[in-house]
Design a binder for this molecule. Structure first.
Ligand code: GLC
Length: 543
């Protein structure tokens, strides 16, 4: 048997640089700040960092609008700072995975500045231009994810350019082989530096056909990915994870099956399941545990033999896991129980910065208090659909992206020890009690994550075992087993704030080694064990 790729036993950790650690007091996190926290990350035990964009950018979308792919934004530091971070991380056995944002650039990228000068300008064909409709309006009615039309008129050319995100984020023209060659060249440049791979931003959009109204999952998507694989990734020991909101169990293997171009995708079915049918994320909806479990069960089954799952609750675009799926009145235990059910599944788990401390959503009292352009773009559209202001505010508080972006809570000090200056986004007032300095105080969410990460490294059943759901319709209990080479791992969690008896199908049969627990270890379970609110265990037994 060939050795497992390293990324099947490693746990990823997402750093959102702007909000992680500020070394120079300007209120924005930076690369030296990240370097200063590598010992913390090594203590946690992670295998690799997914670094959200640190490239040169005017920051219309906090770095997801890149103006130079081979330069570091001054607010984050210098290329020397980057090289030093890479070396210091590597010395601790931590790899760095870059964010690859190649669906679009910033409108300040040299390519776009040139492209918009005229129809025969050098880089004109690096972007997507169309003539106005006969009435002078946009070529069609495609919409931008951040609100408004996906087309913006550019007077110099007399044409509209296409952008699936903000007007400041023009989409690249992947139909142009010269553009594709530039992207692969840039990827090779970073890989030659020693980065360990890429998280590929909205990669399911690069095969788009704007004339046919197709954004995600377009006709040329897999041809582009196959070409990228040959041109930049083949023969390299790297991990690639494609952000693919449109990925489904029935096309996931085309991304990450044995012959697929990527290691895995970030699939979002579990996130979308919790969104309102009309208002999407902008209307808060109650948790539906059976539906949520069904999504994970389906994905575990779809990629059981071939392919590979990513496992995540949160990222910089999603609310804090404990606020979304847990109960902040049982904050530590609900964070630990949620971590247990996720990390014991098959796949590569990702931790979003602060999740390992049980950081929570914050409160934005008004619409104006939000920083994120997405909130401001969404409001007029939701209002037009009939959502009231109070409901919108509640939805944005529940699901808005700024929740994940409040500064990392390092200590109880002013500004949570994140900065000596004024943070770009206010720190959550609860940093006085929720912070890394207190990470060893029981019940310790951090220690629980440490343990889960270590278990993955020591128990091959976690990487290899199959996954069998139990009690799928139970509204509070998340339960499943994993099986591998004469071992069975039983994972049981009460994801509710009431004490619950669990009616196990194999009553009284479960005993073995309690690998993980949130309350007290349980080496054996009786027929109808009573589980405390947010209690979770994982028990390993021989079969
Ligand atoms: C992805 C990123 C998000 C960004 C968008 C446009 O969804 O995760 O933060 O706004 O792409 O790049």
């Amino acid at each position: 048997m060939t050795a497992q790729p390293w990324w099947k036993t490693a746990v990823g950790y997402q750093v959102y640089p702007r909000s992680f650690c500020d070394s120079n007091g300007d209120g924005v996190g930076d690369l030296p700040g990240i370097a200063s926290k590598l010992d913390y990350l090594a203590e946690l035990g992670i295998g690799f960092i997914w670094l959200s964009p640190v490239y040169a950018s005017p920051m219309a979308d906090n770095g997801y609008d890149i103006s130079d792919y081979r330069a570091i934004a001054p607010v984050f530091g210098t290329m020397d700072d980057f090289d030093s971070l890479l070396a210091q991380a590597s010395a601790r056995g931590i790899r760095i995975v870059m964010d690859l944002v190649v669906n679009h650039t910033s409108d300040q990228h040299a390519w776009f500045r040139e492209a918009k000068l005229g129809r025969s300008a050098k880089y004109h064909d690096f972007y997507i231009w169309r003539d106005p409709a006969p009435d002078g309006g946009p070529p069609n009615n495609m919409k931008s994810t951040f609100g408004g039309p996906a087309w913006t008129f550019s007077p110099e050319t007399g044409q509209y350019y296409f952008h699936l995100f903000a007007p400041a984020q023009p989409d690249l023209n992947w139909a142009n082989p010269a553009l594709r060659a530039e992207v692969y060249d840039m990827m090779n440049w970073w890989l030659d530096k020693g980065v360990a791979g890429f998280r590929m931003d909205v990669i399911d959009l690069i095969g788009k056909d704007p004339d046919a109204g197709i954004a995600a999952d377009g006709p040329t998507l897999f041809a582009h990915l196959a070409e990228m694989q040959r041109a930049a990734l083949a023969g390299r020991d790297v991990v690639t994870v494609g952000e693919a909101w449109s990925a489904r169990p029935d096309n996931a293997l085309a991304y990450c099956g044995a012959d697929g171009p990527l290691s895995m995708v970030f699939q979002f079915a579990h996130v979308l399941e919790g969104w309102d049918a009309t208002f999407g994320k902008w209307k808060a909806t109650p948790r539906n545990l059976p539906a949520l479990k069904r999504v994970f069960d389906t994905w575990q089954a779809a990629l059981a033999q071939d392919g590979w799952n990513s496992l995540f609750w949160s990222n910089h675009d999603l609310p804090r896991a404990v606020s979304k799926y847990g109960d902040t009145r049982h904050r530590a235990h609900s964070a630990m129980a949620l971590a247990t059910v996720l990390h014991m599944m098959k796949g590569t788990p990702y931790i979003y910065q602060g999740e390992e401390l049980g950081m929570t959503n914050t409160t934005f009292p008004t619409r104006a208090a939000f920083n994120d352009l997405e909130v401001h773009g969404a409001w007029p559209e939701m209002q037009a659909l009939g959502l009231g202001e109070a409901d919108f505010l509640a939805g944005a508080n529940a699901n808005g992206r700024d929740n994940a972006r409040t500064p990392m809570q390092w200590s109880a000090a002013p500004q949570a020890g994140f900065t000596t200056g004024t943070p770009w986004l206010p720190v959550n007032p609860n940093h006085k009690t929720i912070n890394a300095a207190q990470r060893h105080t029981p019940p310790s969410v951090f220690a629980h994550y440490q343990r889960l990460i270590r278990l993955r490294q020591h128990h091959p059943i976690l990487t290899n075992g199959d996954h069998r759901p139990l009690l799928p319709d139970d509204p509070d209990i998340w339960a499943y087993t994993r099986h591998w080479q004469g071992q069975r791992l039983t994972v049981l969690a009460n994801l509710s704030s009431e004490t619950r008896q669990i009616a196990l199908p194999e009553a009284g049969q479960i005993s073995g080694q309690c690998l993980s627990h949130t309350h007290a270890p349980r080496p054996a379970l009786g027929a109808h064990p009573a589980f405390a609110p947010w209690e979770a265990v994982a028990i390993l037994a021989s079969t």
